[in-house]
Design a protein around this ligand. Sequence first.
Ligand code: CMX
Ligand code: CO
Length: 143
Amino acid sequence: MLTRIDHIGIACFDLDKTVEFYRATYGFEVFHSEVNEEQGVREAMLKINDTGDGGASYLQLLEPTREDSAVGKWLAKNGEGVHHIAFGTADVDADSAAIRGKGVRVLYDEPRIGSMGSRITFLHPKDCGGVLTELVTSARTHE
Ligand code: CMX
Ligand code: CO
């Protein structure tokens, strides 16, 4: 069951500058940062609030590490902006299987590793009304 908005993914050209914008404008601080080479991103997670399911909601600021990555290609085409939304679930395997059964393309056969050791998969934006949609099980839930 999907129980929270886990994060909103925002693509940017300059992560440090974007982190500073969110700090100076809203007072949001970096909760966690990492490079995910498989996804081709350098990212910062800004925690916004805890959620009723024991998880939390974040903004995920994303800078591409290479031009041919998903975020690099998207930025070249669209410029900076909202890249994807992510729903949190205690069981990404069960939810992605159920959603695949409804005819929505799930991009990975097996969930991959996302922010903070989470397990993630994506739904094709063309099957979701133009919204790239991620499903996340946080490390706290699956460890
Ligand atoms: N939101 C909405 N539509 C998108 C999109 C996005 N983020 N990215 C691509 N599209 C659309 C394109 O506009 C294009 O549409 P048109 O054919 O109408 O022009 C179509 O999808 C195909 O796009 P593309 O540029 O040719 O890109 P690809 O097909 O190579 O890749 C996708 C698209 C979704 C398969 C790829 O971006 C992907 O695998 N994404 C999942 C991984 C990811 O995004 N990782 C970064 C975040 C990591 C994290 O969150 O931790
Ligand atoms: Co994400």
